[in-house]
Design a protein around this ligand. Sequence first.
Ligand code: COA
Length: 158
Amino acid sequence: MRAIYPGSFDPITYGHIDIIKRASKVFDDFTVVLMNNLRKKPLFSVEERLYMIKESLKGMNVNVDIHEGLLVQYVEQNNVKIAIRGLRAVGDFEYEFEMALANREMCPSLEMIYFMTDIKYLFLSSSMVKEIAQFGGELKEWVPPVVEKKLREKFQKL
Ligand code: COA
């Protein structure tokens, strides 16, 4: 069965990767799709985020794609029926619920499936790792080495 995992991945973290590992065992054709979240101003360019995703997922049975428009446009163009998202603490629910309803309104054939985060990553977010990196904190537990390196480089340049 086929599914996609859309997200802004700015940057990809072990929280995302935990979801990807579990979801790719359930869906034999699984694609991580890098998209833009217009509510956020990304730290990394699309190219940088794509590079970090590809490097972090090397050796896994997962496809990686990129899309600039609406999620529902990607879904329609690629005949996708299922999109998955990760859910952390209660805070994610309202946002995900709103997004799922808006997407369903535009594309009724799309089903969203949610994976509960591992408890270790309950409070992890891309914003958190950017903040830790900005102040030179420890990142090993939260992001793969390639992401840590890119974060260090980015904050040295800023
Ligand atoms: N463990 C730890 N952290 C997790 C996590 C997990 N299991 N799952 C998500 N997160 C964190 C991420 O690190 C990220 O943190 P941040 O808010 O600090 O950036 C946040 O939760 C969610 O980000 P992510 O999953 O990377 O993507 P997003 O929520 O920014 O992506 C899109 C949203 C891209 C899917 C959405 O904006 C979209 O569909 N865009 C296309 C345009 C569109 O169709 N818009 C209309 C939508 S109705």
